[in-house]
Design a protein around this ligand. Structure first.
Ligand code: WTA
Length: 652
């Protein structure tokens, strides 16, 4: 049953009949959302509980020099109350979070909404006892344990702004983010078991805090009980604090436009920027997309395999599902431990109904053979989802045929840290899918394809260019933390009056969108965004490196790999040892996900006479596709190209 990329898979009659939206409903709702955004969102904003209802719905300007985005701006609410308290009367004893630990031999936890309420309040009061109040920042550097969700919700409850740093980032990266947000507290755990190995997170926090100049306390969760270095001042155990504080913590009344969280993400230039999401619009949109995209129904078990350190974990492990009163699975481990059947074993064990993962994981598991899937009963799965990068047809087919047995629609969701929730995605009961296409816009979303150089909107249905958004949606990021100018410059200056996504895109004759990848210097490694500039600046910070240029290249499992061209300081000799040293260096500067896959020693880099590195050429060589390098005559020294080709690392 091998499908072709241009094959269309319509929703089954059964799915269409039982889903929240069939084709007619989708069409009607989409039209309404575009014809009258105010009316549409005035209605759907009511899906969450407001303390003071909004009277204004949308107040948005994408105008150059005056970008300002507000939704539900005079309403007040609390996100933690929406994710917890409002469910207590009807589903206090229902499981909110199923926690599956790293080792399959350890027991899973089933945390009810009532318990979630208790735990969140204790965490919230512990934070208050450490001096955290409304508007203060709290950094989370945590394993995938329930306390990570409690911490997020505790911050939301007291009006503090959380900033989660993926626990795979290095101490240096953590220090930069703690300083960047002037956080009052960093929450961590003693150790993080993953794939049978334990990382000492507290050590990284200690190391980071040495480089943080302001006063920042550390609240530590006991996960492993291992020995850790305790600082003389400023360290607190969560379990000790919880024994002291009051069990009751009423939710703070927040304005819809108060920040809910900051999440740092990579861009094409400079260091990562703090994406700011606010309270009202974000929770409305995260919960609505969770319900419609996955066709989530009461009683379903939903599993998103992301880490809470990424936006996917924010919106689709914690906020979206819990706002909907769902049961959400949180997994501490990795897909290949103890073996490549772990995802499917967990799906069987917890009777998962909607499963959401990244193409890189699908490709890795596909290579291990079907027997790991076929061992398990996956008959509860109704919807399969993917996110993070374009999915290739082979992986799509395997997901569809082997995991979904041809019965579970695949929702390929395109979105970004900046968008807060899905912008392009099929709805399982409404939209026929095509392998590799994120299909059509969600309600209220107005994608446009622009001609890249002129910035003209292409109105023909079949089009190719850069993907922009013509208007706002409630979960759009509001600003870059501390730098609104950078926000405007990054997203609203290349194409005036549009939000620029940074992605290239094709639209076919059916109006389906096909993401072709980033058009800027951002690469996508295993579904994780990485700025090439970040890796370059880490490399040149090494004493033996004079210059570095980093590009992406196609990688079978990761989607893209990191290819670094490195020019050494005069007198330095290339060696395997130095290669290892640079790899270790980048891991320490940024984290393991930034480690170059290939390092090529480059005596010189191709530069124009004005000194600009011609990345186009470096990309082509890294792709092992140097037949058509284009015009190299403008190079200051065209002979460097021959050397780079001769010594390329990525030979077929
Ligand atoms: C890429 C992750 C193709 C895209 C939620 C985007 C995708 C970047 C898809 C955002 C998809 C995400 N198909 N490409 N379904 N989903 N991308 O901020 O290039 O980590 O701009 O957010 O991932 O990555 P981010």
């Amino acid at each position: 049953m091998t499908s072709q990329p241009d094959t269309t898979y319509p929703p089954s009659a059964d799915m269409a009949a039982n889903a929240h939206a069939d084709k007619a409903t989708y069409d009607a709702m989409y039209q309404a959302s575009i014809n009258d955004p105010e009316g549409f969102w005035a209605e759907h904003g009511k899906r969450v509980d407001w303390i003071k209802p909004y009277t204004k719905v949308k107040n948005v300007s994408f105008a150059p020099g005056n970008v300002d985005i507000k939704w539900f701006e005079d309403g007040t609410l609390n996100v933690s109350a929406n994710c917890i308290d409002r469910h207590l009367a009807t589903r206090g004893d229902q499981t909110a979070i199923i926690w599956e630990p790293d080792s399959p031999d350890d027991a899973a936890l089933h945390i009810t909404y009532k318990q979630l309420h208790e735990k969140t309040q204790l965490m919230a009061n512990s934070l208050k006892a450490l001096g955290v109040g409304k508007g203060d920042r709290v950094v989370l550097y945590m394993p995938m344990i329930p306390e990570a969700a409690y911490a997020m919700l505790a911050c939301a409850r007291i009006g503090a702004i959380h900033s989660i740093v993926f626990a795979g980032f290095s101490a240096d990266a953590l220090a930069a983010r703690i300083s960047g947000s002037q956080a009052k507290v960093v929450i961590t755990a003693d150790g993080a078991p993953r794939g049978g190995r334990v990382t000492n997170l507290k050590d990284s926090v200690n190391q980071a805090l040495i480089n943080v100049m302001h006063d920042c306390k550390c609240l530590c969760v006991q996960r492993t009980g291992q020995q850790i270095a305790w600082r003389e001042e400023g360290d607190y155990w969560l379990h000790e604090m919880e024994a002291e504080v009051s069990p009751d913590c009423p939710p703070e009344e927040m304005n819809a436009e108060d920040p809910l969280f900051i999440l740092y993400t990579s861009g094409s230039t400079g260091q990562p920027k703090g994406v700011v999401h606010t309270t009202g619009g974000y929770i409305v949109y995260a919960s609505m997309t969770h319900q419609y995209t996955f066709d989530y129904h009461d009683g379903d078990i939903f599993w998103c395999t992301a880490d809470v350190g990424w936006v996917t974990g924010h919106s689709y492990i914690v906020y979206g599902p819990l706002a909907n009163g769902a049961t959400t699975v949180m997994f501490e481990g990795v897909p290949t431990y103890p073996d490549a059947g772990r995802f499917w074993q967990v799906c069987e064990k917890h009777k998962v109904n909607q499963f959401y993962t990244a193409p890189t994981a699908i490709r890795a598991l596909m290579g291990q053979g079907n027997e790991f899937v076929e061992k398990y009963d996956l008959s509860d799965i109704k919807v399969l989802g993917t996110v993070g990068e374009p999915i290739n047809p082979e992986a799509w087919n395997w997901y569809n045929d082997v995991v979904g047995k041809g019965k579970a629609p695949i929702v390929d969701t395109w979105w970004q840290t900046e968008t807060g929730g899905h912008l392009l995605t099929p709805l399982p009961g409404a939209i026929a899918t095509k392998p590799g296409s994120a299909t059509v816009p969600f309600f209220g979303v107005q994608p446009v394809i622009l001609e890249p150089t002129t910035g003209e909107e292409i109105h023909d249905l079949a089009a190719e260019g850069v993907l922009c958004m013509k208007d706002s949606w409630p979960a759009q990021m509001r600003t870059v933390w501390g730098d609104h100018e950078r926000f405007e410059k990054t997203y609203f200056s290349d194409y005036k009056n549009y939000y620029f996504t940074g992605d290239g895109c094709k639209r076919d004759a059916d109006g389906y969108y096909w993401i072709t990848g980033r058009v800027d210097d951002v690469i996508n490694v295993s579904g994780h965004r990485m700025g090439t500039a970040e890796v370059e600046s880490a490399l040149v910070a090494h004493a033996k490196v004079a210059e570095a240029a980093v590009v992406g290249y196609p990688h079978d499992i990761k989607g893209q790999g990191i290819y670094a061209y490195v020019t050494l300081m005069n007198g330095q000799e290339p060696s395997e040892e130095l290669r290892k040293e640079l790899e270790t260096w980048v891991r320490a500067e940024i984290g393991p996900i930034a480690k170059p896959d290939l390092i090529q020693w480059a005596p010189g880099l191709p530069k124009t006479r004005s000194g600009k590195i011609m990345r186009r050429i470096l990309r082509k060589i890294a792709e092992d596709d140097f037949g058509a390098l284009g015009d190299t005559s403008t190079l200051a020294d065209p002979s460097v190209v021959d050397d780079l080709i001769e010594n390329r690392m990525n030979r077929e």
